[in-house]
Ligand binder design. Structure first.
Ligand code: GTP
Ligand code: MG
Length: 341
């Protein structure tokens, strides 16, 4: 890798990706540069920092991921510029809609081809958004294929802390607060109010085979570290077989009363809670929060997740592919036919 590739860039795509990244960019993070890509002008009016790429789209039809990819062909150059010179690129998107699902894998591919270590950050649909599951499932696989690692965040995990009578915007606000506290603590710089995990350790966990899942939970009880840790483990168990985890990072986010003992407890107890004492655990702490303690677990090594069910076609095909396109490929080593000149 050349010395010129030194920046850490984060790209937010579509409505959820732009909103979450814009909130994150207000924190002091190990990210040098921000950029946003969307078909919706509104998504680009929120962020105060960073480049904005508007993909022009017709307003009179419902978009699909395939259409968005087609419309974005003219924006590849701007996307390439936005990620140029990066050592690491985080691609943040909510999957299931047209923009995030269509473009997250494309941006990841462009960043990978520019020589960056590419990490997807995928926010998966709420359980009630059944219609979004298929696009979310297919896009997650494409994003995985185009990235060195993918952090998966389930919207239902993030929703657990919000009251049942929340409005949709209230739900998003609560989910975003949860996601931003967790991701912000994982990627924070070391300061007076935080003991940073460090980018190398986070990447050491994320860049593994399979998927990397984010579990989150809060507690204000007397045993808050134990209770929040257990809740975070439960949230991961809802997505995959927790004992498959091979590496993990635990971060505690709360006020200045978080003790070293509580951090130690979380690190020691995690192995027994997921039934895998061999799991390799890193940790960090952030003291800039409130009395409620948030415990986030980033765990990796999951080969099977509940999202495999989101794409029933792939399940039926079991690794085979449908010959449904007019694309063709020439086997390697075979000279191109003269007629193609
Ligand atoms: N956590 C969180 N999820 C969101 C937010 N906005 C949308 N989502 C979810 O993210 C997924 C994708 O939705 P959007 O981001 O709105 O879709 P998009 O990528 O903008 O795509 P289109 O608008 O369809 O072109 C869905 O499951 C939404 O529920 C948000 O602010 N926070
Ligand atoms: Mg949108």
């Amino acid at each position: 890798m050349s010395d010129t590739n030194s920046l850490v860039t984060a790209v937010g795509i579509g409505s959820a990706g732009s909103r979450i990244l814009s909130l994150l960019s207000r924190r002091s993070l190990l990210v040098d540069r921000y950029a946003y890509v969307s078909c919706d002008r509104d998504d680009l009016s929120g962020p105060s920092l960073g480049g904005r790429i508007l993909v022009e789209s017709p307003v009179d039809q419902k978009l699909t991921p395939v259409m968005v990819r087609g419309m974005a062909l003219g924006s590849y150059g701007s996307i390439r510029e936005a990620v140029a010179g990066s050592r690491v690129v985080f691609v943040v998107a909510g999957l299931g809609g047209a923009t995030g699902s269509g473009l997250a894998p494309v941006v990841a591919e462009i960043a990978r081809d520019a020589g960056a270590i590419t990490v997807g950050v995928a926010v998966m649909p709420f359980e009630f958004e059944r219609k979004l599951k298929f696009y979310a499932g297919t896009s997650l696989k494409r994003l995985r294929a185009a990235s060195r690692g993918v952090i998966v965040i389930d919207n239902d995990t993030l929703m657990r802390s919000s009251p049942e009578d929340s409005t949709l915007t209230g739900l998003y606000d609560a989910a975003n607060k949860e996601a931003v506290n967790a991701l912000g603590s994982l990627l924070s710089k070391s300061s007076e109010t935080s003991v940073s995990v460090g980018l190398n350790k986070v990447l050491g966990t994320v860049l593994q085979d399979g998927y990397c899942l984010l579990g989150v939970s809060n507690s204000g009880s007397i045993d808050k570290a134990e209770e929040a840790l257990a809740g975070a483990v439960v949230s991961i168990s809802k997505l995959a077989e927790a004992k498959e985890a091979s590496r993990a990072v635990v971060v505690l986010h709360g006020d200045s009363s978080i003790s070293a003992q509580e951090v130690g407890l979380a690190v020691r107890r995690l192995g027994s809670m997921i039934n895998n004492q061999a799991v390799d655990v890193e940790y960090g702490a952030n003291y800039s929060g409130g009395a409620q303690l948030q415990v986030s677990i980033l765990a990796s090594g999951f080969t099977a997740t509940k999202y495999d069910e989101y794409d029933p076609v792939a399940k039926v095909l079991a690794g085979r592919s449908i010959d449904d396109a007019m694309d063709c490929s020439v086997p390697e080593g075979l000279d191109l036919l003269p007629s193609l000149d």
